[in-house]
Design a protein around this ligand. Structure first.
Ligand code: BES
Ligand code: MN
Ligand code: ZN
Length: 497
């Protein structure tokens, strides 16, 4: 799907090749000089032009040549959020398999900045993305081109290019998260990562079970040992800045299916645990976006990936394992497996002397209870990092909410049989999970995003959302201009390790 900026002249999309045109209409709308605006002015004159967010007025073959379908859709105050909602509603109303070219007429909006244009692009992607990978008769999306008609395209060129990169990354993340467990195994995820490495500025290394063992990742391997599918540890690198610039490390939970292991989950909705690699998928998506947009930052992506299965060889409640950090862990509940694979990746992350490490995980049902599907959970002891991620979430329309990390929350992780237990009680479950991770995230600024509620939708609209690719990409792009993301002092070259 291509996005094209178009200059809104007197003809506008009416003179073009679009099959349909969508025009968001804010409160206090004022007619422009083009044909579509002329029609809207007539509707306005009769009080028929909707401005309430998401309300639509649809037309078929209005006078003259041009698009068959036309939709005016209310956009409230014209904020990015409202415009996204408006375009999504309008496109849902007219979505048809033969729509190849869609025109977005943004001339009625007062402030057509980068944020608003990106919002329209995200809405089109959101509604038009079609999952086909495991259908016998795939009906892929026909939409090839999206024309974005604005009075002055010049100032928006860079923004649209970045947003197009983001859209591609989000769709890749959705695609991998949507694929069922037998079509998205650890080895398949590794292949997807390797495929990305062909593109601009990206390299990829994949560690197999033997190499993971050599690193001493006993916690990660304990989760993997119950599965016939071998685990993989994926290392992606994006180099957009000088090597002296310390990278941001993204760590994505890659449980390709979570049965719970011996602490097995109940049957209802267990299928949704194919989405338990949503964190990993978001890392892949971010790298796809980076390769296209090429911002001047360095980023490392780490993906520990395996299945969590019950088996004769599976790890058992009460087993004690030794993590890469040397800390021993009593696995009281094998369903708390995400933290067990992440902790070793967090230890591994320190070798990059990172400017920051952000892990992304569908980690706890408790986070879904706390924040629902609206905001991801943000946990960080670092105010600056938390602030930057929260701000990125707001501006990318991919919001998160900071949660506490008081040490008192770690009390329940104490055990008589190891350095730490992998679960505390039911209370504050998303926080105690974060407290577990925090023990391993030492020596660098760290944040954890619990995306259990935001990575996918349940019910009739079941499917991956591509979150939080937008938040992460926005955060990484925001670092570009900041000279403060310098490498931490390195040990002198000659010193023995
Ligand atoms: N992948 C799940 C978390 C999850 C559950 C996400 C439901 C979205 C919906 C995770 O591995 C898990 O099972 N967590 C347990 C932790 C508990 C055993 C402490 C949970 O949340 O129940
Ligand atoms: Mn689990
Ligand atoms: Zn899980």
């Amino acid at each position: 799907m291509d996005f094209e900026l178009k200059t809104l002249n007197s003809k506008g999309p009416q003179g073009g090749r679009a099959d349909a045109v969508i025009m968001p209409v804010p409160e206090g709308w004022q007619a422009g000089g083009d044909a579509v605006s002329g029609l809207a002015a007539q509707a306005h004159g009769h009080g028929d032009l909707p401005t309430k967010p998401g309300k639509v007025l649809q037309m078929y073959r209005p006078e003259g040549p041009g698009p068959r379908r036309m939709v005016f859709v209310g956009a409230g105050q014209g904020t990015a959020r409202e415009v996204r909602q408006a375009v999504a509603a309008a496109l849902s109303a007219i979505k048809s398999p033969d729509m190849r070219v869609l025109a977005l007429h943004l001339g009625g909006l007062k402030d057509v900045g980068e944020a608003v244009v990106r919002a329209t692009m995200l809405a089109v992607s959101d509604v038009s993305y079609t999952y086909t990978a495991t259908k016998s008769r795939p009906q892929p999306r026909a939409l090839r081109a999206v024309e974005i008609w604005v009075p002055d395209p010049t100032a928006l060129r860079n923004g649209v290019a970045r947003a197009a990169a983001l859209v591609g990354g989000m769709e890749l993340a959705r695609e991998w998260a949507n694929r069922p467990g037998n079509h998205a195994t650890p080895r398949m995820l590794a292949k997807a990562a390797k495929d990305l490495a062909g593109s601009n500025g990206i390299s990829c290394e994949v560690l197999d079970e033997k190499a993971i063992r050599r690193l001493g990742m006993g916690s990660f391997l304990a989760v993997a040992q119950g599965s016939a599918q071998p685990p993989r540890f994926i290392i992606l690198k994006y180099k957009g800045a000088a090597a002296s610039q310390a990278p941001v490390v993204l760590v994505g939970k890659g449980i390709t299916f979570d049965t719970g292991g011996i602490s097995i989950k109940p049957a209802p909705e267990m299928d949704e645990m194919k989405f338990d690699m949503g964190g990993a998928a978001s890392v892949l998506g971010v790298f796809a976006a980076l390769a296209k947009a090429r911002p001047a930052v360095n980023v490392v992506g780490l993906i520990p990936t395996c299945e969590n299965m019950p088996d004769g060889l599976a790890v058992k409640p009460g087993d004690v394992v030794t993590s890469m950090s040397g800390q021993t862990i009593e696995i009281l509940n094998t369903d708390a497996e995400g933290r067990l694979i992440l902790c070793d990746a967090l230890t591994y992350a320190s070798r990059f002397k990172p400017a920051a490490v952000v892990d992304i995980a569908t980690l706890t049902g408790a986070c879904v209870i706390a924040l629902g599907a609206v905001r991801s959970g943000l946990f960080s002891p670092d105010d600056a990092l938390a602030g930057a991620l929260a701000a990125a979430g707001e501006s990318a329309l991919d919001p998160c909410w900071r949660m506490p990390l008081d040490d008192d929350y770690a009390e329940g992780l104490k055990t008589n049989f190891a350095d730490v237990a992998n679960v505390a009680g039911r209370a504050g479950g998303s926080v105690t999970a974060a407290k577990f991770l925090q023990r391993f995230a030492t020596g660098y600024p760290w944040a954890h995003l619990d995306i259990a509620g935001t990575a996918w939708k349940s019910g009739a609209a079941k499917g991956a959302t591509g979150r939080p690719v937008a938040l992460l990409f926005e955060y990484l792009c925001s670092l570009e201009a900041q000279p403060s993301v310098k490498a931490q002092p390195r040990r002198s070259a000659g010193r023995a390790r």
